[in-house]
Design a protein around this ligand. Structure first.
Ligand SMILES: *Cc1c(COP(=O)(O)O)cnc(C)c1O
Length: 432
């Protein structure tokens, strides 16, 4: 498989180069030259596949010969070795729980896959690779965990000071060793912008080998297709495929779902569930893509005003807005609505959502009220305990904390403070 840059001004590359570069030299996102189709047999007999075998079927065409089969099998097996259950919340609404991985967020899947691919590529090289990543909350923890002690790889994480939850902050600032946390005096968009500026800095890129672990990296984006197939595997009503509501920020997750659908996976409809950072729902309403300044919300991992993966979504739909609108509906959910949903779902159905899942739930209910014959699934992207500070006052109860998280909370935070200035970041990286 070859990948081209969406800006069309860089040469095509294979999976290895796309993974190591993260972003193309012309600042475009990499996109596969063709979208592979899964077999009808796989769709019809999906219950007979193990999660590992399914993941291999989905990802192999994207890797080509960049990684030998046995090695890829090992990477895949380590990526998906936790459960991803489909749980019924009430009639017509189910939750695909993506938070049973080591950092309790769906990003574990992409981060584990990517870190192992890079680890494999680094083994063949004597040059150190530096992973530079901006996080709105959960990426930091998932990436730190995935890369912790991976030989030949240093990780530098930028996060917006005071704008991530306390569990999230501890997950990315307490590991140490090859993991370095930079606490930026700014927003997530500032962090993302700084990262983009650094990647485009030819001078710096001559001294250090930089790559990104954001969902702009194909090795993080593509494996996120896996769990849409696991959803179909567990879906009972095969004659009535589900509508899937995806809590969306940088739009990598939903973009992977749209890619899976394009490959032949039966998903009836996609719902882009956003908080008030609703650049894409706004685009679907008006046809105008207007990046906004991110505003802080209680579903902080979705506080993104200029989602990177939007470009890839347009490419999947060959830049046709009409086709996109047939497949994707966007909703904007306020913090008040999010809180009310979280409370009522807990009270009425005894299911504890996290704020991101609550955004998805509210959007799905709105969609179902207009599409009465449909059934839907929310992607529950994080464990509620990651947001206990928001949730506990709403339900008047404590959220039981898994021992792993309790242990992390007790660790001491280590971060380096910097301002939202790419020059300062460049200085820091030059000294690495
Ligand atoms: C990152 C994140 C999202 C947003 O995912 P995108 O792929 O950026 O759209 C949603 N929920 C949680 C809990 C997250 O960590």
């Amino acid at each position: 498989m070859k990948y081209y840059s969406l800006n069309k001004k860089s040469p095509v590359v294979d999976f290895k180069t796309a993974t190591i570069l993260g972003q193309a030299p012309d600042k475009g996102l990499y996109f596969p030259e063709t979208i592979p189709q899964v077999s009808k047999a796989l769709i019809h007999n999906i219950e007979n596949y193990s999660n590992e075998a399914l993941a291999m079927e989905v990802i192999s065409p994207y890797i080509g010969d960049a990684i030998p089969k046995a090695e890829l099998e090992r990477i895949v097996n380590e990526t998906v070795n936790f459960e991803i259950p489909l749980v019924k919340i009430k009639d017509h609404i189910f939750s695909l729980e993506l938070f049973h991985g080591p950092t309790l967020a769906f990003k574990d899947i992409g981060a584990r896959f990517m870190s192992r691919c890079l680890g494999y590529f680094a083994r063949g090289s004597n040059e150190k690779i530096t992973v530079l990543v901006a996080t709105s909350g959960d990426t930091g923890g998932a990436v730190s965990n995935g890369f912790y002690n991976v030989e030949g790889v240093e990780v530098v994480i930028l996060y917006p000071s005071g704008k991530v939850s306390s569990v999230q902050e501890k997950q990315l600032t307490t590991l140490g060793n090859n993991i370095h946390a930079l606490e930026v005096n700014g927003s997530f968009d500032d962090c993302q912008q700084m990262v983009k500026t650094i990647f485009a800095d030819a001078e710096l890129n001559k001294i250090i080998k930089l790559t990104s672990a954001n969902s702009i990296n194909v090795a993080r984006w593509l494996p996120q297709q896996f769990y849409y197939f696991y959803l179909w595997k567990q879906w009972k009503d095969k004659d009535n495929p589900p509508a899937v509501s995806v809590p969306s920020g940088n739009f990598g997750n939903i973009c992977a779902g749209l890619l899976a659908q394009n490959s032949g996976l039966p998903i009836k409809h996609f719902i882009a569930a956003c908080n008030t950072n609703d650049t894409v729902p706004d685009f679907l309403r008006t046809g105008n893509y207007q990046p906004q300044k991110a505003v802080p919300t209680i579903s902080n991992a979705m506080d993104v005003g200029d989602p990177s993966n939007f470009m890839r979504i347009m490419e999947i739909f060959q830049q046709q807005i009409a086709g996109l609108k047939n497949t994707l509906t966007g909703y904007t959910i306020s913090d008040e609505e999010t809180k009310a949903t979280l409370k009522s779902v807990y009270k009425n159905h005894n299911y504890l959502l996290d704020p991101h899942g609550a955004v998805a739930y509210n959007a799905l209910e709105q969609y179902l009220s207009q599409n009465q014959n449909s059934k839907g699934v929310i992607l529950e992207t994080a464990h509620p305990v990651k947001f206990y500070d928001v949730i506990e006052p709403l339900i008047n109860q404590t959220v039981p904390m898994p021992e792993l998280v309790a242990e992390q909370i007790r660790q001491e935070k280590v971060s380096t403070k910097i301002s939202a200035d790419a020059k300062e970041l460049k200085e820091y990286l030059s000294k690495q």
